[in-house]
Design a protein around this ligand. Structure first.
Ligand code: ATP
Length: 436
């Protein structure tokens, strides 16, 4: 049978649960809709994704990092337009009670796509989670859980400009939680009510914004290819005039072809001077930039790159999923694999285990490794295949006499024999040259 890709997201959901990547939140209480917990392997994967993104941003001289609070002054959300404008149109089916986002249905839809029942008129629904600060639950104490991380960057623009002594163009990067009371969450971790974003806001001189926008579009596309996502499963989608957000001059989504269709993975937006102008107006504080060389004073334009971290994890897992009729494996790029090497004594015999432990100790200095002695060697390989471990090392009786081991490759199951002492170097080289 030929190798197949992921066809049904449910297959990935069950692998993730079985192997400890992702569990439904509060499962022993029956779960809570659209909230998920990352297990031992999931948290490793997610941390690696964040680390790769963070390094790709803050290793540059022209980008600084920040970690702003989730709770912000309520005026922030008035200035940003979220209090009035962060709304989705909601319709209900009168018969089966299914809820839809009207903007995701055919514009003229009057009947429920599930059961053909009559739909209600659409109502606007604000997606921000509201809560109260302090012990008194009145309107004056109402605050919001941030629905995006970007605003924490805008309100710190002057702080960072001055403390980091940056000059325009420069960027500010942030990774953090965001919350949206989504009307129709679903498709596993694609759309959840609590999620993490990886956002970078690049401040530029008006007039240079189109060029910077094009540059960031390409850089972000390349980043996804660099972590091993297949290029033919990625595409750009340009927002047409009807889709553009109120603040945006231009917007492109990077889309991935999920089993449920092409969907947004990351947005790249030319936000103009909308955000800083609004915060300047609402706060009464000057948010201008003064160019020492040209003596010009202006409010910078902002090019935003906004990716979901959980959504990137879903892309990574969906893209890596393989099935050949018998075997399931995750063809993860080794830089993302939670374990790089699995180490197995062929049998649970003292002399093999002892040798295996020595190799484990050596390789552990260089890579995240795991070992497994339970069950047949075939079963142990399959377990590692399912969690995407790219290399397997097996210690057998020949190892004891000639000090060679087998190195097994996850994707094609080919096995080669190498001297045990060269293993670390060989694996390192193979990771370095992955995909070449
Ligand atoms: P949509 O219109 O599909 O609700 P959006 O265009 O409002 O999404 P953005 O505000 O551009 O989304 O968010 C930037 C990124 O944050 C998205 O590309 C996505 O990766 C991630 N994201 C947004 N909402 C969610 C969510 N509910 N769950 C998981 N990730 C999300």
């Amino acid at each position: 049978m030929n190798t197949q890709d992921l066809k049904d997201t449910n297959d990935l959901v069950s692998l993730c649960k079985r192997r400890g990547f992702i569990f439904p939140s509060s499962e022993i209480y029956g779960g809570i809709n659209a909230c998920w917990d990352y297990g031992p392997l999931g948290v490793e994967l997610k941390r690696t994704i964040k680390e790769l993104w963070w390094r790709s941003m803050t290793d540059r001289e022209d980008i600084e990092g920040i970690d702003a609070a989730i709770l912000m002054h309520p005026k922030v959300w008035e200035a940003s337009g979220h209090v009035d404008g962060f709304v989705d149109p909601l319709v209900d089916c009168k018969k089966c009670k299914t809820r839809f986002r009207a903007d995701k249905l055919e514009p003229s839809a009057k009947k429920c796509p599930e059961c053909g029942g009559e739909l209600t008129e659409s109502r606007l629904f604000n997606l921000m989670f509201k809560t109260f600060m302090g012990p008194i639950e009145d309107q004056a104490a109402a605050i919001y859980l941030r629905p995006e991380t970007a605003q924490g960057i805008y309100v710190n623009f002057i702080n960072i400009l001055q403390s980091a002594r940056q000059k325009i163009p420069f960027g500010i990067a942030q990774i953090g939680k965001a919350f949206r009371n989504e009307i129709t969450p679903g498709n596993f971790i694609f759309r959840t009510r609590e999620f993490e974003q990886m956002e970078m806001q690049f401040f530029v001189k008006p007039g240079t914004d189109t060029e910077q926008f094009e540059k960031w579009k390409e850089l972000r596309f390349q980043w996804h290819c660099g972590i091993g996502i297949r290029k033919n499963k990625l595409q750009f989608h340009a927002h047409g005039p009807g889709e553009l957000a109120h603040y945006a001059k231009a917007a492109f989504d990077i889309e991935y072809e999920f089993p449920f269709g092409w969907q947004e993975l990351e947005g790249i937006h030319n936000r103009t001077d909308f955000d800083l102008s609004r915060h300047q107006k609402f706060s009464g504080k000057k948010l201008e930039y003064f160019d020492e060389e040209t003596k010009e004073r202006y409010i910078p334009y902002i090019i935003e790159t906004s990716a979901g971290c959980d959504r990137t994890a879903l892309v990574v897992l969906s893209d890596a999923y393989r099935f050949d009729g018998e075997r399931v494996w995750l063809a993860l790029h080794p830089i993302l694999a939670p374990y790089k090497v699995g180490i197995f004594p062929l049998m649970k015999k003292a002399e093999l285990c002892e040798y295996s432990n020595r190799i484990y100790g050596e390789l552990k200095k260089r890579f995240r490794v795991t070992t497994d002695t339970a069950g047949s060697i075939g079963k142990r390989y399959r377990r590692q295949d399912e969690i995407g471990t790219p290399f397997g090392v097996t210690i057998d009786y020949d190892t004891l006499t000639n000090h060679t081991v087998t190195l097994r490759y996850r994707d094609n199951m080919v096995q080669e024999r190498f001297p045990a002492e060269n293993l670390a170097y060989i694996i390192e080289e193979k990771i370095k040259n992955w995909g070449n």
